[in-house]
Write a protein that binds this ligand. Structure first.
Ligand code: NAP
Length: 253
């Protein structure tokens, strides 16, 4: 049986937890005693197997399907979690998609899709989570942004704009709901080994990128999860409105 620890008894929703960084965050939160709601959009089998894996370890976990860009689906997901566990203490807005193209080749529909998932999704989930957090005078929201949202990236202007917007959203919301006891922070990963990165880089590009990183390697989802668990713990009780970069020292802030 898991040892009671930092997040014991808390309910944590992680969006996009079927794979990659979200999966690692959900696993780390569960290992620290949280009840984890595993959101997915299309990877139903992966989400189900992951949920069963956590349950097999004695952890509390349940999977919830929702496209986070849909207000109705977000509301249904929150109702499902609330009816199962009665509350949501932690929201990790992790789900996101990448998009790489020259701006002159990009369409308004692609802009809407990226913004819908990467920026409107965190807005819809935060809006739905906050009333109960504010009533409880307790809650934590973590937004997974990207170093591209801080520094910008050629051929990724739309993705970078969505992530930069998420940083401004984080800082503003932290000011708005901090007085109500809700802390809002962002984590900005550098290149992390997941499906998203594999789709973007071929082997040669990956080698070249690795060579630019002072630690001479790409990051792991577990290294992002460790920062998130810290931000959710009581040890981070005075950290609010911050963007924590986790990129092996690659880019200047
Ligand atoms: P990933 O491996 O591609 O996983 C993306 C996750 O998001 C999946 O669980 C996917 O679920 C979910 N998702 C996508 N669209 C969704 C939607 N409409 N509604 C609900 N869930 C949806 O990506 P990752 O690398 O783990 O990235 C996670 C986050 O970190 C993203 O926000 C990304 O921008 C950010 N990030 C990643 C890196 C990196 O190098 N990997 C660097 C910086 C920032 P389904 O499969 O079920 O659709």
């Amino acid at each position: 049986m898991p040892v009671p620890s930092a997040l014991q008894g808390k309910v944590c929703l992680v969006t996009g937890a079927s794979r990659g960084i979200g999966r690692a965050i959900a696993a780390a939160a569960a290992a620290q005693g949280a009840k984890v709601a595993i959101n997915y959009c299309s990877s139903e089998l992966q989400a189900r197997l992951f949920t069963e894996e956590l349950q097999g370890k004695g952890y509390h976990a349940a999977a919830f399907k929702a496209d986070i860009s849909s207000e109705r689906q977000v509301d249904d997901m929150f109702r499902g979690i609330e009816s199962l566990w009665g509350k949501i203490d932690f929201l990790v807005n992790n789900a996101g998609i990448s998009y790489k193209a020259l701006i002159t080749d990009s369409t308004a529909a692609e802009w809407d899709k990226v913004m819908g998932i990467n920026l409107k999704g965190p807005f819809l989930c935060s809006k739905r989570a906050l009333p109960n957090m504010i009533s409880a005078r307790y809650g934590r929201i973590i937004n997974i942004t990207s170093i591209w949202g801080v520094n910008g990236a050629s051929c990724e202007s739309i993705y970078a704009a969505s992530k930069g917007g998420l940083i401004a959203f984080t800082k503003s919301l932290a000011r708005e709901v901090g007085p109500s006891g809700v802390l809002v922070n962002a984590v900005a990963p550098g290149p992390i080994v997941t499906d998203m990165l594999s789709q973007e880089l071929d082997d040669e590009e990956r080698r070249e990128l690795t060579g630019q990183i002072p630690l001479n390697r790409l990051g792991t989802p577990e290294e992002i999860a460790a920062v998130c668990v810290f931000l959710l713990s009581e040890q981070a009780s005075y950290i609010n409105g911050q963007v924590i970069t986790v990129d092996g020292g690659w880019l200047p802030n």
